[in-house]
Design a protein around this ligand. Structure first.
Ligand code: UDP
Length: 366
Protein backbone atom coordinates (compact mmCIF):
# COMPACT_ATOMS: atom_id res chain seq x y z
CA UNK A 1 0.00 0.00 0.00
CA UNK A 2 1.23 3.50 -0.71
CA UNK A 3 2.69 5.54 2.07
CA UNK A 4 0.09 8.24 1.41
CA UNK A 5 -2.42 6.15 3.37
CA UNK A 6 -0.50 7.03 6.53
CA UNK A 7 -0.18 10.73 5.72
CA UNK A 8 -3.63 11.51 4.45
CA UNK A 9 -6.25 13.37 6.44
CA UNK A 10 -9.65 11.74 6.89
CA UNK A 11 -12.09 12.27 4.05
CA UNK A 12 -15.84 12.16 3.68
CA UNK A 13 -16.59 9.47 1.11
CA UNK A 14 -19.84 9.02 -0.80
CA UNK A 15 -20.30 5.40 -1.88
CA UNK A 16 -23.01 4.80 -4.45
CA UNK A 17 -24.17 1.20 -4.26
CA UNK A 18 -22.67 0.98 -0.80
CA UNK A 19 -25.00 -1.71 0.51
CA UNK A 20 -23.90 -4.20 -2.12
CA UNK A 21 -21.30 -6.92 -1.66
CA UNK A 22 -18.26 -4.82 -2.55
CA UNK A 23 -19.64 -1.44 -1.45
CA UNK A 24 -20.35 -2.66 2.07
CA UNK A 25 -16.81 -4.00 2.46
CA UNK A 26 -15.51 -0.66 1.18
CA UNK A 27 -17.67 1.24 3.68
CA UNK A 28 -16.23 -0.83 6.53
CA UNK A 29 -12.65 -0.32 5.36
CA UNK A 30 -13.07 3.45 5.04
CA UNK A 31 -14.72 3.78 8.44
CA UNK A 32 -11.96 1.62 9.96
CA UNK A 33 -9.30 4.00 8.70
CA UNK A 34 -11.07 7.05 10.05
CA UNK A 35 -13.01 8.36 7.06
CA UNK A 36 -16.62 9.45 7.16
CA UNK A 37 -18.91 7.52 4.86
CA UNK A 38 -22.26 8.23 3.25
CA UNK A 39 -23.82 5.32 1.41
CA UNK A 40 -26.38 6.04 -1.31
CA UNK A 41 -28.26 2.93 -2.35
CA UNK A 42 -31.75 2.19 -3.64
CA UNK A 43 -31.63 -1.31 -2.07
CA UNK A 44 -32.67 -2.89 -5.37
CA UNK A 45 -29.96 -5.52 -5.08
CA UNK A 46 -28.00 -4.34 -2.03
CA UNK A 47 -29.04 -5.22 1.51
CA UNK A 48 -29.11 -3.07 4.63
CA UNK A 49 -27.88 -6.00 6.71
CA UNK A 50 -24.58 -5.83 4.83
CA UNK A 51 -23.99 -2.54 6.62
CA UNK A 52 -24.71 -3.89 10.11
CA UNK A 53 -21.02 -3.53 11.06
CA UNK A 54 -21.00 0.23 10.45
CA UNK A 55 -24.61 1.36 10.70
CA UNK A 56 -24.35 2.57 14.29
CA UNK A 57 -21.04 4.34 13.77
CA UNK A 58 -21.14 8.14 14.21
CA UNK A 59 -19.10 8.60 11.01
CA UNK A 60 -21.54 6.56 8.94
CA UNK A 61 -24.74 7.59 7.20
CA UNK A 62 -27.09 5.62 4.97
CA UNK A 63 -29.30 7.38 2.43
CA UNK A 64 -31.85 5.37 0.50
CA UNK A 65 -32.23 6.79 -2.97
CA UNK A 66 -31.40 6.50 -6.63
CA UNK A 67 -28.34 7.59 -8.56
CA UNK A 68 -30.83 8.85 -11.13
CA UNK A 69 -32.07 11.44 -8.63
CA UNK A 70 -29.89 14.32 -9.80
CA UNK A 71 -30.87 16.66 -6.97
CA UNK A 72 -30.01 14.08 -4.29
CA UNK A 73 -26.79 12.99 -5.99
CA UNK A 74 -25.77 16.64 -6.36
CA UNK A 75 -26.41 17.38 -2.69
CA UNK A 76 -24.57 14.30 -1.39
CA UNK A 77 -21.67 14.88 -3.76
CA UNK A 78 -21.32 18.48 -2.58
CA UNK A 79 -21.12 17.24 1.01
CA UNK A 80 -18.43 14.65 0.21
CA UNK A 81 -14.72 14.93 -0.60
CA UNK A 82 -14.58 11.86 -2.83
CA UNK A 83 -17.09 9.63 -4.62
CA UNK A 84 -16.83 5.87 -5.05
CA UNK A 85 -19.31 5.03 -7.79
CA UNK A 86 -20.24 1.38 -7.39
CA UNK A 87 -23.99 1.46 -8.04
CA UNK A 88 -24.94 -0.55 -11.11
CA UNK A 89 -27.62 -2.82 -12.48
CA UNK A 90 -26.11 -6.29 -12.66
CA UNK A 91 -27.22 -9.80 -13.42
CA UNK A 92 -27.92 -11.25 -16.82
CA UNK A 93 -31.41 -12.20 -15.78
CA UNK A 94 -32.13 -8.55 -15.08
CA UNK A 95 -30.17 -7.49 -18.13
CA UNK A 96 -32.03 -9.82 -20.46
CA UNK A 97 -35.43 -9.09 -18.97
CA UNK A 98 -35.00 -5.37 -18.38
CA UNK A 99 -32.32 -3.91 -20.64
CA UNK A 100 -33.86 -0.45 -20.26
CA UNK A 101 -33.11 -0.49 -16.56
CA UNK A 102 -29.49 -1.48 -17.23
CA UNK A 103 -29.01 1.46 -19.55
CA UNK A 104 -30.89 3.87 -17.30
CA UNK A 105 -28.95 2.88 -14.21
CA UNK A 106 -25.50 2.33 -15.61
CA UNK A 107 -25.35 4.94 -18.35
CA UNK A 108 -27.76 7.68 -17.22
CA UNK A 109 -27.02 7.08 -13.51
CA UNK A 110 -23.31 7.03 -14.23
CA UNK A 111 -23.66 10.30 -16.09
CA UNK A 112 -25.60 11.86 -13.21
CA UNK A 113 -22.84 10.91 -10.76
CA UNK A 114 -20.04 12.14 -13.00
CA UNK A 115 -21.84 15.38 -13.82
CA UNK A 116 -22.36 16.09 -10.10
CA UNK A 117 -18.73 15.29 -9.34
CA UNK A 118 -17.62 17.58 -12.11
CA UNK A 119 -19.89 20.40 -10.95
CA UNK A 120 -18.55 20.14 -7.41
CA UNK A 121 -14.98 19.25 -8.32
CA UNK A 122 -14.93 15.91 -6.48
CA UNK A 123 -12.65 13.00 -7.31
CA UNK A 124 -14.53 9.92 -8.55
CA UNK A 125 -13.52 6.27 -8.46
CA UNK A 126 -15.59 4.45 -11.08
CA UNK A 127 -16.24 0.70 -10.75
CA UNK A 128 -16.07 -1.11 -14.03
CA UNK A 129 -15.79 -4.76 -14.93
CA UNK A 130 -13.67 -7.36 -16.66
CA UNK A 131 -16.79 -7.91 -18.75
CA UNK A 132 -15.73 -4.94 -20.89
CA UNK A 133 -13.12 -7.24 -22.48
CA UNK A 134 -16.07 -9.25 -23.77
CA UNK A 135 -15.20 -12.34 -25.75
CA UNK A 136 -11.50 -11.53 -26.10
CA UNK A 137 -9.41 -14.69 -26.00
CA UNK A 138 -5.90 -13.29 -25.67
CA UNK A 139 -5.07 -13.52 -21.97
CA UNK A 140 -3.99 -11.87 -19.77
CA UNK A 141 -6.17 -8.87 -20.51
CA UNK A 142 -4.30 -5.59 -20.53
CA UNK A 143 -6.16 -2.35 -19.89
CA UNK A 144 -5.41 -1.06 -23.40
CA UNK A 145 -6.45 -4.25 -25.20
CA UNK A 146 -9.27 -4.25 -27.74
CA UNK A 147 -12.74 -5.14 -26.53
CA UNK A 148 -14.65 -7.91 -28.30
CA UNK A 149 -18.36 -7.43 -27.74
CA UNK A 150 -21.28 -9.41 -29.14
CA UNK A 151 -24.22 -8.23 -31.22
CA UNK A 152 -26.71 -5.62 -29.98
CA UNK A 153 -29.44 -8.17 -30.71
CA UNK A 154 -28.19 -10.09 -27.66
CA UNK A 155 -29.18 -7.83 -24.81
CA UNK A 156 -26.69 -9.38 -22.40
CA UNK A 157 -23.99 -7.33 -24.13
CA UNK A 158 -25.75 -4.17 -23.00
CA UNK A 159 -24.08 -4.65 -19.61
CA UNK A 160 -20.51 -4.68 -20.94
CA UNK A 161 -21.39 -1.82 -23.27
CA UNK A 162 -23.02 0.24 -20.53
CA UNK A 163 -19.93 -0.07 -18.33
CA UNK A 164 -17.71 0.81 -21.28
CA UNK A 165 -19.83 3.94 -21.79
CA UNK A 166 -19.30 4.77 -18.10
CA UNK A 167 -15.56 4.49 -18.72
CA UNK A 168 -15.75 6.69 -21.82
CA UNK A 169 -17.81 9.26 -19.91
CA UNK A 170 -15.40 9.30 -16.98
CA UNK A 171 -12.39 9.69 -19.25
CA UNK A 172 -14.16 12.41 -21.22
CA UNK A 173 -14.94 14.35 -18.04
CA UNK A 174 -11.30 13.99 -17.09
CA UNK A 175 -10.07 15.17 -20.46
CA UNK A 176 -12.52 17.98 -21.09
CA UNK A 177 -13.40 19.18 -17.60
CA UNK A 178 -10.28 18.18 -15.66
CA UNK A 179 -12.33 15.92 -13.37
CA UNK A 180 -10.07 13.63 -11.33
CA UNK A 181 -11.34 10.13 -12.16
CA UNK A 182 -9.93 6.66 -11.60
CA UNK A 183 -11.49 3.60 -13.24
CA UNK A 184 -11.03 0.13 -11.81
CA UNK A 185 -12.09 -3.01 -13.67
CA UNK A 186 -12.99 -5.69 -11.18
CA UNK A 187 -12.35 -9.27 -12.19
CA UNK A 188 -13.99 -12.16 -10.31
CA UNK A 189 -14.19 -10.88 -6.75
CA UNK A 190 -15.36 -13.16 -3.97
CA UNK A 191 -15.92 -13.15 -0.23
CA UNK A 192 -18.54 -13.08 2.51
CA UNK A 193 -21.88 -11.39 1.64
CA UNK A 194 -21.67 -12.19 -2.04
CA UNK A 195 -24.95 -13.64 -3.16
CA UNK A 196 -25.30 -16.50 -5.61
CA UNK A 197 -28.71 -15.19 -6.56
CA UNK A 198 -27.55 -13.93 -9.94
CA UNK A 199 -25.36 -16.92 -10.74
CA UNK A 200 -22.05 -16.18 -9.01
CA UNK A 201 -20.24 -19.44 -8.79
CA UNK A 202 -18.46 -19.32 -5.41
CA UNK A 203 -21.47 -18.62 -3.16
CA UNK A 204 -23.51 -21.09 -5.22
CA UNK A 205 -20.97 -23.87 -4.79
CA UNK A 206 -20.47 -23.16 -1.08
CA UNK A 207 -24.17 -23.17 -0.36
CA UNK A 208 -24.72 -26.31 -2.43
CA UNK A 209 -21.91 -28.09 -0.57
CA UNK A 210 -23.18 -26.97 2.83
CA UNK A 211 -26.61 -28.32 2.00
CA UNK A 212 -25.17 -31.63 0.90
CA UNK A 213 -26.36 -31.03 -2.67
CA UNK A 214 -24.36 -31.77 -5.78
CA UNK A 215 -22.36 -28.84 -7.13
CA UNK A 216 -23.59 -27.72 -10.54
CA UNK A 217 -20.59 -27.40 -12.85
CA UNK A 218 -21.63 -25.83 -16.14
CA UNK A 219 -20.22 -27.04 -19.43
CA UNK A 220 -17.13 -29.24 -19.24
CA UNK A 221 -15.86 -27.38 -16.16
CA UNK A 222 -12.55 -26.68 -17.86
CA UNK A 223 -13.32 -22.97 -18.21
CA UNK A 224 -11.20 -21.05 -15.74
CA UNK A 225 -11.35 -17.92 -13.64
CA UNK A 226 -9.08 -16.07 -11.21
CA UNK A 227 -10.80 -15.30 -7.91
CA UNK A 228 -9.69 -12.34 -5.85
CA UNK A 229 -10.67 -11.90 -2.21
CA UNK A 230 -12.87 -8.86 -1.66
CA UNK A 231 -10.50 -7.63 1.08
CA UNK A 232 -7.66 -7.55 -1.44
CA UNK A 233 -9.88 -5.79 -3.98
CA UNK A 234 -10.80 -3.15 -1.39
CA UNK A 235 -7.09 -2.58 -0.74
CA UNK A 236 -6.68 -1.90 -4.44
CA UNK A 237 -9.62 0.51 -4.63
CA UNK A 238 -8.53 2.48 -1.57
CA UNK A 239 -4.90 2.50 -2.74
CA UNK A 240 -5.99 3.87 -6.12
CA UNK A 241 -8.13 6.51 -4.43
CA UNK A 242 -5.12 7.70 -2.45
CA UNK A 243 -2.74 7.77 -5.40
CA UNK A 244 -2.44 11.02 -7.39
CA UNK A 245 -0.71 9.00 -10.15
CA UNK A 246 -3.82 6.91 -10.72
CA UNK A 247 -5.93 9.86 -11.90
CA UNK A 248 -7.20 9.68 -15.47
CA UNK A 249 -6.34 5.99 -15.81
CA UNK A 250 -7.94 2.55 -16.00
CA UNK A 251 -6.75 -0.33 -13.79
CA UNK A 252 -7.43 -4.05 -13.72
CA UNK A 253 -8.09 -5.36 -10.22
CA UNK A 254 -7.98 -9.12 -9.82
CA UNK A 255 -6.04 -12.23 -9.03
CA UNK A 256 -3.88 -13.99 -11.59
CA UNK A 257 -4.22 -17.43 -10.03
CA UNK A 258 -6.31 -19.40 -12.46
CA UNK A 259 -8.49 -22.27 -11.37
CA UNK A 260 -10.85 -24.35 -13.50
CA UNK A 261 -14.46 -24.33 -12.40
CA UNK A 262 -14.30 -28.07 -11.87
CA UNK A 263 -11.17 -27.59 -9.75
CA UNK A 264 -13.03 -24.94 -7.77
CA UNK A 265 -15.92 -27.34 -7.14
CA UNK A 266 -13.51 -30.00 -5.90
CA UNK A 267 -11.84 -27.54 -3.52
CA UNK A 268 -15.15 -26.37 -2.10
CA UNK A 269 -16.30 -29.95 -1.54
CA UNK A 270 -13.04 -30.86 0.22
CA UNK A 271 -12.98 -27.72 2.37
CA UNK A 272 -16.58 -28.14 3.50
CA UNK A 273 -15.89 -31.80 4.33
CA UNK A 274 -12.76 -30.75 6.22
CA UNK A 275 -14.74 -28.16 8.22
CA UNK A 276 -17.14 -30.87 9.24
CA UNK A 277 -14.53 -33.58 9.75
CA UNK A 278 -16.24 -35.77 7.14
CA UNK A 279 -14.94 -38.12 4.47
CA UNK A 280 -16.23 -37.26 1.03
CA UNK A 281 -16.35 -38.87 -2.42
CA UNK A 282 -15.67 -35.76 -4.48
CA UNK A 283 -16.70 -37.18 -7.86
CA UNK A 284 -20.15 -38.14 -6.68
CA UNK A 285 -20.74 -34.62 -5.41
CA UNK A 286 -20.38 -32.90 -8.78
CA UNK A 287 -23.10 -32.67 -11.41
CA UNK A 288 -22.29 -31.53 -14.93
CA UNK A 289 -24.96 -29.19 -16.28
CA UNK A 290 -25.02 -28.22 -19.98
CA UNK A 291 -24.82 -24.48 -20.61
CA UNK A 292 -28.17 -24.46 -22.45
CA UNK A 293 -29.83 -25.85 -19.36
CA UNK A 294 -28.16 -23.28 -17.12
CA UNK A 295 -28.45 -20.14 -19.21
CA UNK A 296 -30.72 -20.92 -22.14
CA UNK A 297 -29.86 -21.38 -25.80
CA UNK A 298 -26.97 -19.57 -27.44
CA UNK A 299 -25.15 -18.56 -24.28
CA UNK A 300 -21.50 -17.69 -24.69
CA UNK A 301 -19.24 -18.35 -21.72
CA UNK A 302 -15.72 -16.98 -21.46
CA UNK A 303 -13.18 -19.78 -21.50
CA UNK A 304 -10.52 -17.87 -19.60
CA UNK A 305 -10.44 -14.54 -17.86
CA UNK A 306 -7.08 -13.42 -16.50
CA UNK A 307 -6.08 -9.84 -15.70
CA UNK A 308 -2.74 -8.29 -16.51
CA UNK A 309 -2.08 -6.52 -13.20
CA UNK A 310 1.28 -4.96 -14.02
CA UNK A 311 -0.22 -1.47 -14.21
CA UNK A 312 -1.69 -1.41 -10.72
CA UNK A 313 1.41 -3.09 -9.30
CA UNK A 314 3.59 -0.37 -10.82
CA UNK A 315 1.24 2.43 -9.73
CA UNK A 316 0.56 1.54 -6.10
CA UNK A 317 2.50 -1.65 -5.41
CA UNK A 318 -0.70 -3.67 -5.09
CA UNK A 319 -1.01 -7.38 -5.41
CA UNK A 320 -3.49 -9.78 -3.92
CA UNK A 321 -2.32 -11.61 -0.81
CA UNK A 322 -5.18 -13.83 0.28
CA UNK A 323 -5.19 -17.38 -1.08
CA UNK A 324 -8.27 -18.90 -2.66
CA UNK A 325 -8.49 -21.56 0.07
CA UNK A 326 -8.47 -18.86 2.74
CA UNK A 327 -11.22 -16.97 0.95
CA UNK A 328 -13.26 -20.13 0.49
CA UNK A 329 -12.92 -20.91 4.21
CA UNK A 330 -14.26 -17.46 5.05
CA UNK A 331 -17.16 -17.83 2.65
CA UNK A 332 -17.92 -21.26 4.10
CA UNK A 333 -17.83 -19.81 7.62
CA UNK A 334 -20.11 -16.98 6.52
CA UNK A 335 -22.79 -19.33 5.23
CA UNK A 336 -22.22 -22.21 7.62
CA UNK A 337 -24.08 -22.14 10.88
CA UNK A 338 -25.69 -18.87 9.83
CA UNK A 339 -29.32 -18.86 8.90
CA UNK A 340 -28.14 -19.27 5.33
CA UNK A 341 -30.88 -21.66 4.40
CA UNK A 342 -33.41 -19.05 5.45
CA UNK A 343 -31.60 -15.97 4.20
CA UNK A 344 -33.42 -14.29 1.33
CA UNK A 345 -30.16 -14.45 -0.63
CA UNK A 346 -29.75 -18.11 0.21
CA UNK A 347 -31.64 -18.99 -2.92
CA UNK A 348 -28.25 -18.93 -4.59
CA UNK A 349 -28.66 -22.59 -5.21
CA UNK A 350 -31.60 -22.70 -7.48
CA UNK A 351 -33.42 -25.95 -7.62
CA UNK A 352 -32.53 -28.05 -10.64
CA UNK A 353 -36.06 -27.44 -11.84
CA UNK A 354 -35.42 -23.73 -12.08
CA UNK A 355 -32.33 -24.15 -14.16
CA UNK A 356 -32.86 -23.54 -17.79
CA UNK A 357 -36.02 -21.52 -17.28
CA UNK A 358 -34.22 -18.26 -17.36
CA UNK A 359 -30.62 -17.23 -17.61
CA UNK A 360 -29.47 -16.42 -14.13
CA UNK A 361 -26.05 -15.01 -14.24
CA UNK A 362 -24.58 -11.96 -12.67
CA UNK A 363 -22.01 -10.06 -14.60
CA UNK A 364 -19.04 -8.46 -12.96
CA UNK A 365 -19.74 -5.21 -11.18
CA UNK A 366 -20.07 -3.75 -7.84
N1 UDP B 1 -20.68 -21.62 -13.07
C1 UDP B 1 -20.89 -22.99 -12.82
N2 UDP B 1 -21.88 -23.33 -11.95
C2 UDP B 1 -22.66 -22.42 -11.31
C3 UDP B 1 -22.45 -21.03 -11.57
C4 UDP B 1 -21.44 -20.68 -12.47
O1 UDP B 1 -20.20 -23.85 -13.37
O2 UDP B 1 -23.53 -22.83 -10.52
C5 UDP B 1 -19.60 -21.23 -13.98
C6 UDP B 1 -19.97 -20.23 -15.08
O3 UDP B 1 -20.51 -20.88 -16.21
C7 UDP B 1 -18.62 -19.61 -15.39
C8 UDP B 1 -17.90 -19.61 -14.03
O4 UDP B 1 -18.60 -20.57 -13.24
O5 UDP B 1 -17.89 -20.40 -16.29
C9 UDP B 1 -17.91 -18.27 -13.33
O6 UDP B 1 -19.23 -17.79 -13.32
P1 UDP B 1 -19.63 -16.43 -12.60
O7 UDP B 1 -21.03 -16.11 -13.02
O8 UDP B 1 -19.35 -16.54 -11.14
O9 UDP B 1 -18.58 -15.37 -13.18
P2 UDP B 1 -18.20 -14.91 -14.68
O10 UDP B 1 -18.69 -15.90 -15.66
O11 UDP B 1 -18.83 -13.58 -14.85
O12 UDP B 1 -16.72 -14.85 -14.67
Amino acid sequence: MPSSTQERSPAHALITGGSGFIGSHLAEALIARGDRVTVLDDLSTGRLEHLAGVSGHPAFRFVQGSINDAELVGRLTAEADIVYHLAAAVGVQLIVENPLRVIETNVLGGHTVLEAASRHGRKVLVASTSEVYGKATKVPFHEDDDRVEGSTSKSRWSYATSKAVDEFLALAYHKQAGLPVVIFRLFNTVGPRQTGQYGMVVPRFVQQALRGEQLTVYGDGQQSRCFCDVADAIGAIVGLADSPDAVGRVFNVGSQNEVTIRGLAERVIRLVAETRGEEVDVESRIRAVPYEQAYGEGYEDMRRRVPDTSRIRAAIGWEPRISLDETLRRVIAYYDGSASARRPDADATESPASEGKSPSRRRRAA
